[in-house]
Design a protein around this ligand. Structure first.
Ligand SMILES: NC(=O)c1ccc[n+]([C@@H]2O[C@H](COP(=O)([O-])OP(=O)(O)OC[C@H]3O[C@@H](n4cnc5c(N)ncnc54)[C@H](OP(=O)(O)O)[C@@H]3O)[C@@H](O)[C@H]2O)c1
Length: 236
């Protein structure tokens, strides 16, 4: 397994939910973190006083913020070893027959174009690492359609395509990419889901443990996709 100590990992949307749980787990593991979030000033109290974290403004719809974040990470820590593309949104259901494409465009910008841009910008640094890692927080909605929210599912299928493209592009430089595909996780995103008890859902800390594993597997033991469920469905 790779030792996380001193490795520099970027995480988007690390101010709450899954991203925050991942940041805490990786900090425990000795990583240096470069966190991207829309309101970095509001997050200063989340991690206490440590030299091992820098907070950066990241707005997925703003290409300039992605570039500044990647450049600031490399200039502060001198390298980038990993990227966790976590920030994402689920708008109210966008079904096939909706003729207003506003929400679809918004989800596409945040869930797909944001991670694609960050990956592209980080690739040269990840290649230098020799064991660069990318974990994309996709969803089981990227593996199957269970309801009418086609728009969210489309973006998560696309995140899985991004993951496989990253694997192909970076393989010879030691870059390994994993799409983690959870069902319901207990976060703000699922707070409106009333048919499942939040205690029954996947807990963010448990997902963070799996993401930690994906980031520490060696170059020759690779998981392209991790499918994670709290309940029984056909095949997962
Ligand atoms: N919860 C689930 O059941 C579940 C299941 C499968 C996959 N996922 C995926 O897991 C990831 C994290 O979700 P979560 O459950 O932790 O949700 P969450 O608690 O709602 O957190 C979402 C995160 O994304 C950030 N974000 C939203 N829009 C952004 C933008 N335009 N630019 C930059 N950051 C933005 C949020 O920042 P602000 O605080 O500024 O809004 C927040 O940090 C998402 O990609 C989601 O699709 C979640």
């Amino acid at each position: 397994m790779l030792n996380l100590t001193g490795r520099v990992i970027m995480i988007s949307g690390a101010n709450r939910g899954i991203g925050l749980a991942v940041a805490r787990r990786l900090l425990d593991g000795g990583a240096k973190l470069s966190l991207g979030m829309r309101d970095e000033a509001a997050a200063t109290s989340l991690f206490g006083d440590t030299q091992d974290i820098i907070l950066n403004r990241y707005q997925a719809r703003d290409a300039g913020s992605a570039k500044r974040w990647v450049e600031n990470t490399a200039s502060t820590f001198g390298k980038i070893d990993g990227l966790v593309n976590n920030a994402g949104i689920s708008q109210p259901a966008v079904s096939l027959m909706d003729d207003d494409e506003t929400q679809l465009d918004e989800m596409w910008a945040v869930n797909v174009k944001g991670p694609t841009r960050l990956t592209r910008l980080a690739m040269p640094y990840l290649a230098k690492s020799g064991s660069g890692r990318v974990v994309n927080v996709a969803s089981l909605s990227g593996k199957r359609l269970k309801n009418s929210n086609m728009g969210y599912a489309m973006t998560k299928f696309a995140v899985i395509a991004l993951t496989h493209a990253t694997r192909r592009e970076g393989w010879d430089q030691g870059i390994r990419a994993t799409a983690i595909c959870p069902s319901f996780v207990r976060t703000d995103m699922t707070s409106e889901v009333s048919r499942v008890d939040p205690n029954e859902m996947i807990q963010p800390q448990d997902l963070a443990e799996l993401i930690h594993t994906a980031l520490t597997l060696p170059n020759n033991a690779v998981m392209a996709e991790m499918l994670v469920n709290y309940t029984l469905e056909d095949m997962f």
